[in-house]
Design a protein. Structure first.
Length: 296
């Protein structure tokens, strides 16, 4: 998404998809089923809920977000019942559509600074990885490499490139065995990529990844067309590791302020739980493994 026309097309698709998702009942409106011809809300209903004219809202939905005030964006977000991630995405799209385009964010380095790697290596009780915006792992500690060993070993990974969670999830059949809930993992991956596409429309590497996955994976293409976005801050990952079996791990994702675009992700389990015991077994395997994935 590197041209003004593409930004406008993305705005139109995003707002249209969000409008179709909200029913009149959810918006507190009376639905007249005999005359309703569109899923979700009509443009006129969104305009009324947002306190703007129908003509003005139609202009917004056609991609005309350039110069729109924060107050109008907030009103539209409220009318469409957007969550936090969707509101941030709408604001990103408005900035991208503006007359003074933001300078493109500096591309994350292909590896982390030595100080960051030392920090990872000092953390030996929990798996830790560092991902970039394209879901590539550019650094990890030993436990992190052990936890995601199938991602490093995936035939979908390009030679010499970092472990690639997006390509693994959509292009490696083994991903459906690794992820306990593959559907959720796939939804999360696409939503994160879509969020990043709004933040940095000029990221040609991300655009190339999206194009490739769209051509090679029906599952990716269908999810990309849904325009869902998500903030990757914390949550739970469920997977089936080939060495230690089923794992359910909580994660916390922390941005690295000195390295824009990089996210440090740590995985933990409650003390004394079966999952914590499995992580201990994973650590023992990582310490003895002869073919632990090489450092990114």
């Amino acid at each position: 998404m590197d041209t003004r026309a593409e930004v406008r097309a993305e705005i139109k698709a995003f707002l249209t998809s969000r409008r179709a998702r909200v029913s009149p009942a959810q918006a507190g409106l009376t639905a007249y089923h005999r005359t309703r011809r569109v899923p979700g809300l009509r443009r006129s209903e969104v305009a009324d809920l947002a306190g703007v004219s129908v003509e003005y809202y139609a202009q917004l939905e056609r991609g005309g977000l350039a110069g729109v005030s924060d107050g109008v964006l907030e009103a539209v977000a409220g009318a469409l019942q957007l969550d936090e991630a969707e509101r941030a995405h709408l604001a990103d799209l408005a900035r991208a559509a503006g007359p003074a385009r933001r300078p493109r964010r500096r591309s994350p380095a292909p590896s982390v600074r030595p100080g960051v790697q030392r920090l990872l290596d000092l953390v030996d009780a929990v798996p830790v990885i560092v991902n970039n915006a394209r879901l590539e792992t550019v650094a990890a500690n030993d436990l992190g490499r052990a936890l995601f060993a199938p991602v490093w070993a995936s035939p979908a990974r390009r030679p010499g490139e970092p472990a690639d969670h997006a390509r693994f999830t959509f292009l490696d059949p083994g991903a459906r065995d690794f992820w306990t809930d593959w559907e959720q993992a796939a939804d999360d991956a696409v939503a994160q990529l879509r969020t990043e596409a709004g933040r940095d429309p000029g990221d040609e590497a991300l655009a190339g990844l999206v194009s490739e996955l769209g051509e090679r994976s029906d599952a990716f293409r269908a999810r990309w067309a849904a325009h869902d976005v998500r903030l990757h801050r914390n949550g739970t990952k469920q997977l089936h590791h080939p060495v230690v079996g089923a794992l359910r791990l909580d994660f916390e994702a922390l941005p690295l302020p000195a390295d824009p675009g990089l996210l440090l992700i740590a995985f933990t389990a409650p003390a004394g739980s079966p999952d914590a015991d499995a992580v201990s077994l994973l650590a023992a395997w990582a310490a003895s493994a002869q073919e632990l994935p090489a450092r990114p």
